[in-house]
Design a protein around this ligand. Structure first.
Ligand code: ADP
Ligand code: MG
Length: 222
């Protein structure tokens, strides 16, 4: 696979399109997870948001990564009800601010972008690690991305490390008792189920990594 040193606006736009696809494909699964420890709407909520994102990308594709991330933030905040809309909205907004007007995102900036997103979630929702929320996918993802950058990894590897850590983090929410959000109303009965927001976070980060890997593979074929 070719090792790209930076990812550009096309990567961001393709990632966002893939995110919409993946959310649509996993809609029922995410809502089923939410049915077990919440109110069963997480998949529908996110799908409504990302369908609206897709429509806006089709109408007028943003010219920079920062503008694209901001479009997602604004759309999710206005279209996604419940806890996840404002939380994801804040995450994408912080990510947008972190990349600013940069057109080529290198490995360190990608790690900074992911960290900013996680910090936004935490600022908004006040969840701590092991509270059984999306923060439990994002925190290991951010740590893995930082470690990967420190080891000199390329963007594709940084995103792959983040995605793998997020997937593990989401799995690791299963035994936890929820202390934030609707699932916390269940107390001890929330244990034994994966947190839906952690699951959707892992899907979105996997979409980022897969999109980057696809780009590398295309370059390698040329
Ligand atoms: P709602 O709970 O309002 O129905 P969703 O079902 O769309 O909203 O989203 C639920 C997800 O939101 C949870 O699985 C959890 O990951 C996340 N969540 C809820 N509250 C918080 C919080 N305070 N901090 C971080 N994430 C949270
Ligand atoms: Mg819900």
């Amino acid at each position: 696979m070719a090792e790209l040193n930076t990812l550009n606006n096309e990567w961001v736009l393709t990632w966002l399109r893939r995110s919409a696809e993946v959310v649509a494909r996993h809609k029922s699964e995410l809502s089923e997870l939410d049915r077990l420890i919440g109110d069963g709407d997480h998949g529908e909520n996110l799908d409504r948001g990302f369908s609206a994102v897709l429509a806006k990308l089709d109408a007028e594709p943003p010219a920079t990564p920062g503008d694209a991330l901001k479009l997602v933030a604004m759309t999710l905040m206005s279209k996604v009800g419940g806890a996840a809309g404002p939380l994801y909205g804040t995450a994408y907004l912080r990510a947008a601010t972190a990349v600013g007007g940069t057109l080529e995102l290198d490995a360190p900036l990608l790690a900074v972008m992911l960290t900013a997103a996680r910090d936004g979630l935490v600022a908004r929702g006040k969840a701590e690690p092991r509270d059984k929320t999306m923060v439990d996918a994002w925190t290991p993802a951010v740590d893995a991305a930082a470690a990967s950058v420190a080891a000199g990894a390329h963007p594709t590897e940084v995103l792959a490390a983040a995605a793998a850590a997020a997937e593990q983090g989401a799995e690791d929410t299963i035994p936890l008792v929820a202390h934030k959000g609707r699932a916390s109303y269940l107390g001890e009965r929330s244990a034994g189920h994966k947190d839906p927001g952690a699951a959707s976070s892992a899907l979105l980060l996997r979409a980022a990594a897969d999109t980057a890997a696809g780009y590398g593979a295309e370059e390698a074929q040329q």
